[in-house]
Design a protein around this ligand. Structure first.
Ligand code: ZN
Length: 342
């Protein structure tokens, strides 16, 4: 079968489209013929390598994907050949206290498909049955593949961690990113008022079409000043942070009394400063968050089925052109998700 693999860390050129043996299928596994995968920033980090974080190579990247079941182990009783499925990216032990409590994203063995095991950028993927979920009839493979990682990340941040409430002001940084475009919709679904940022007016118009109420062009305007203006000096009750160093001080300045900053990433740097006087005097909270539980993906899919949440696709590439897709995502020009068709 054809697959994309990295044998060493580096630039987009290390993504090799090559012929490799088909994966084996265990008793509890399903074999999925992939139709679409999506590219996340996580793929870029896995490709580049992060100091102190070991990835076993060679590795097939890609955390999100959708396809059709073409084989299964004898232990899999419910799904049949021909079923259309979506990959659940969560990898966890299934046995520890956190897993049994449904908090599988807190498992000490927690990992993500395409990071800690072979991923979706391949013609065939073999995964445990618990790593797939049927696709709602109203979705294409491409749309399905655009959902898991970004919607799960944004859902856990806003719903589980920030516990967003109706009429609260939510500041979504980088509304054109995968996580941002999901977060705008999830915040609106919960009745919040959404302020979002982007680097171009074109992206802001698209964010508005997704439901954003207030728009900030971060190249022309100061985020915290605009947030104060939009909220009549209250500030944002929730800030969805995934940018890191470049926006951190503006995120803090934008935060209301008793506000919560939830962070899931630090694309521009992880070392950030903080004024503790402001934090305790204003009763604010800084909350970390990684991915979501498997159960939360089922909640998300219920809203997708009702068309209350929708995947946002910017551009599609063929699997063999994965390096171009990585280069494109690194330019930051996309609004929403970049898809690989297989
Ligand atoms: Zn576990």
């Amino acid at each position: 079968m054809k697959a994309v693999r990295i044998h060493k860390h580096g630039g987009p050129e290390v993504l090799q489209y090559e012929e490799i043996p088909e994966p084996s299928v265990g008793n509890q596994d399903v074999l999925v013929q992939m139709k679409a995968a999506s590219v996340n920033h996580l793929d870029v980090w896995v490709r580049q390598g992060i100091p102190g974080w070991k990835v076993s190579l060679p590795l097939i990247p890609g955390s999100d994907g959708a396809g059709i079941i073409v084989g299964k182990g004898e232990g899999v009783k419910d799904l049949i050949t021909g079923d259309k499925v979506l990959i659940i990216p969560n990898v966890s032990c299934g046995n520890c206290e956190q897993c049994v409590n449904g908090d599988d994203n807190l498992c000490s063995d927690y990992g993500i498909v395409g990071e800690t095991c072979n991923g979706c950028d391949a013609e065939l993927v073999s995964l445990p049955r618990r790593n797939v979920i049927p696709i709602p009839k109203n979705l294409t493979y491409e749309e399905a593949a655009a959902i898991p990682l970004v919607f799960m990340t944004a859902w856990h941040m806003l719903v589980a961690k920030a516990q967003v409430k109706p009429e609260q002001f939510v500041l979504v940084l980088a509304g054109g990113s995968g996580v941002g475009s999901a977060a705008i919709q999830i915040a609106k679904l919960h009745g919040a008022k959404v302020i979002t940022t982007a680097g171009s007016d074109e992206k802001l118009e698209k964010a508005k079409a997704l439901g954003a109420d207030f728009l900030i062009n971060h190249h022309k305007e100061t985020i915290s000043e605009k947030v104060k203006q939009f909220t009549e000096n209250r500030g944002a009750d929730v800030v969805l942070e995934h940018v890191g160093k470049a926006t951190w001080q503006e995120s803090l300045k934008s935060l209301a009394k008793c506000g919560k900053i939830v962070t899931c990433g630090a694309t521009t740097g992880a070392d950030v400063g903080i004024n503790l006087n402001h934090l305790f005097y204003k009763h604010q909270q800084i909350i970390g968050s990684t991915m979501a539980t498997r159960g939360e993906l089922f909640e998300i899919m219920n809203f997708v089925r009702q068309k209350k949440l929708k995947p946002v696709i910017d551009k599609e590439f063929f699997l063999k052109d994965v390096a171009e897709a990585h280069k494109y995502i690194e330019t930051g020009k996309q609004f929403g998700k970049v898809i690989l068709t297989i």
